[in-house]
Ligand binder design. Structure first.
Ligand code: MN
Length: 291
C-alpha cells in the first residue's frame, strides 16, 4: 500500500533580487526553511517569476562567472536566453526549452537575454536549478544537453486534460532525455482546468514542486502560482488538480549524502576543494571567455 505524501510547507515566493541585470529571481533555496541539503540533490532554485522587460539594444544578463562541482539546469517558460562558455559552447534556450549544463570540473559562463528578445522586450519567466554532483563526478568534463520541448518525454493524461513533459527521469514508463549522474525526476505538468495528475516517488527522495502558472490543489491543499510546495519524506503519492490552466514544475531526487562546502558558484565537499577552485580560476584553468 502506498500512502499519500504529506506536505511540509507551501512557501510563498521570497522577495526577489537581481542576478546581473537580466534575471529577477526569487531564491527559494537554499535558505529560509530549505537548508543546503533539504532538497538534495537539488541545491539551489532561483525562480524568475513573470516579469516584463522593456526593449533594450544592449542585452541584459549575467557577465562572465565560473562554476564548478555541479550542474545548472535552466528552464525557459517565457523569453529567450543566449549563453556562452569557455569551452566554446554557445546556444539559445528558447521558450519551453531546457539547458542542462554539467559544469563539473569547471568553466566560465555568461548568460544574456537573446538579442532579438532583448531588442523587442517582453515577458520573461525562467527557473534555474543547481543540481549537485556526488564527489566522484565533481571533476568530470563539462558538457551540455540542449533539451528542446520537442525532445522531452510526453505523457498525455487519459482525460485529455493535460500532458506531463518528462525532462529527466521517468513518468509512467515515459523517459526524459536528460542524462543525470544520480536518480532525479524533473517534469513539467501542463494541466488544463480540471486536469488531474498523480505522481509516485519513493518517500526517501526529496520532493517539491513549483507552481509556475495557475492555482492547483496539491493533495487537496491550495497552492497558488509562484509558490513552492515542499513535501515531507513520508508517504509516496502526490495528486495535483488544476483549478485553472496550470503549469507545475515537479522535482524529486535521491539525496546525495555527502558534506557540502559552497562558496559562490563553487559547490564542493570540503573547504580545501573550494580554495583549489578559487586558485584554479585565478590560474586560468577554467579557460578564457570574453565579456
Ligand atoms: Mn551560469
Amino acid at each position: 500500500m502506498k500512502n499519500k505524501r504529506s506536505i511540509e510547507a507551501i512557501i510563498a515566493p521570497p522577495a526577489p533580487h537581481m542576478v546581473g541585470d537580466g534575471f529577477r529571481v526569487h531564491g527559494f533555496f537554499p535558505g529560509g526553511r530549505i537548508d543546503k541539503k533539504r532538497m538534495s540533490p537539488f541545491f539551489l532554485m532561483d525562480y524568475n517569476s513573470k516579469v516584463e522587460f522593456s526593449p533594450s539594444e544592449q542585452p541584459r544578463g549575467v557577465s562572465v562567472h565560473p562554476h564548478r562541482g555541479f550542474e545548472t539546469v535552466t528552464i525557459a517558460y517565457h523569453g529567450k536566453v543566449a549563453h556562452h562558455d569557455s569551452y566554446g559552447n554557445s546556444g539559445i534556450i528558447g521558450e519551453g526549452d531546457v539547458q542542462w549544463m554539467t559544469a563539473a570540473s569547471g568553466l566560465l559562463h555568461k548568460e544574456y537575454h537573446e538579442k532579438e528578445f532583448s531588442r523587442r522586450g517582453g515577458l520573461f519567466q525562467m527557473v534555474q536549478l543547481w543540481v549537485n554532483l556526488p564527489a566522484k563526478y565533481k571533476m568530470t568534463q563539462p558538457k551540455y544537453q540542449e533539451i528542446t520541448q520537442g525532445m522531452m518525454g510526453n505523457y498525455s493524461l487519459n482525460d485529455g486534460k493535460g500532458t506531463i513533459e518528462v525532462i529527466a527521469g521517468e513518468y509512467e514508463g515515459i523517459k526524459g532525455p536528460a542524462s543525470t549522474f544520480t536518480p532525479v525526476h524533473v517534469y513539467n505538468a501542463r494541466l488544463k482546468k480540471g486536469g488531474v495528475a498523480d505522481f509516485n516517488f519513493p518517500s526517501g527522495y526529496n520532493t517539491g514542486l513549483l507552481v509556475v502558472e495557475g492555482t492547483v490543489l496539491v493533495n487537496g491543499e491550495s497552492a497558488p502560482a509562484d509558490h513552492f510546495v515542499l513535501f515531507k519524506n513520508e508517504g509516496e503519492q502526490i495528486n495535483i488538480e488544476a483549478v485553472e490552466d496550470a503549469v507545475v514544475l515537479v522535482l524529486s531526487g535521491e539525496p546525495i549524502d555527502e558534506p557540502i562546502a559552497q562558496y559562490g558558484p563553487f559547490l564542493m565537499n570540503t573547504w580545501e576543494e573550494l580554495e583549489q577552485a578559487i586558485n584554479d580560476v585565478n590560474a586560468g584553468k577554467f579557460g578564457v571567455l570574453e565579456e
